[in-house]
Design a protein around this ligand. Structure first.
Ligand code: GDP
Ligand code: MG
Length: 163
């Protein structure tokens, strides 16, 4: 398989919502509670003349904080192996958390292309808040709203240059 986009990020940043939007399907489970998406979900998507597979890396079920973080790290490692492009999804309404920093550290060591995607940018006022994510040192920030779909076209334009 080629042209694989993996969405990575801590719980509740909107991975499954973005997955649904990119695949125009309802294959991922979206919920307000952390850890609801139990498995990795694969869906098909296309943009202009390019077809691709999207992976929603959910799967965090753990009974302690340490196990939980380890599970997230493992999902990110698998995604780095499996994907041709990684979308590092963060949430503009919460800013940067310790888990975001942990994931960023792993992604900085990856040889695969990483797009830092600021989700929940539902309005222009929130656009100003996205510049904090440059501190990850992972390059350009792509502001999107998975809920409205705004920004996802520009993101896909950039992503498919790798396909
Ligand atoms: P996941 O845990 O990363 O898969 O996150 P989900 O896709 O389950 O979303 C977590 C919560 O964030 C849900 O309540 C979503 O409706 C909400 N959400 C996702 N994308 C957006 C967005 O673009 N804007 C806003 N305001 N909420 C969003
Ligand atoms: Mg999910």
């Amino acid at each position: 398989m080629s042209n694989i986009i993996a969405i990575v990020g801590r719980p509740n940043v909107g991975k499954s919502t973005l997955f649904n939007r990119l695949t125009e399907s309802r294959q991922a489970i979206v919920d307000d509670f952390s850890g609801v998406t139990r498995d990795r979900h694969y869906g098909a998507g296309e943009w202009t003349d390019k077809q691709f597979t999207v992976i929603d890396t959910g799967g965090y079920v753990a009974n302690s904080e340490d196990v939980f973080e380890a599970a997230i790290r493992e999902q990110v490692m698998i995604a780095i192996e499996e994907a041709s492009v990684l979308l590092f999804l963060v949430d503009v309404t919460t800013g940067i958390t310790d888990l975001d920093d942990e994931i960023a550290k792993i992604l900085r060591r990856s040889k695969k292309p990483v797009f830092t995607v600021a989700n929940k940018v539902d309005n222009n006022a929130l656009l100003n808040e996205t510049s904090i994510f440059y501190s990850f040192g992972l390059g350009e920030i792509y502001p999107i709203s998975s809920m409205t779909g705004s920004g996802t076209g520009d993101l896909l334009d950039a992503v498919i240059t790798h396909f």
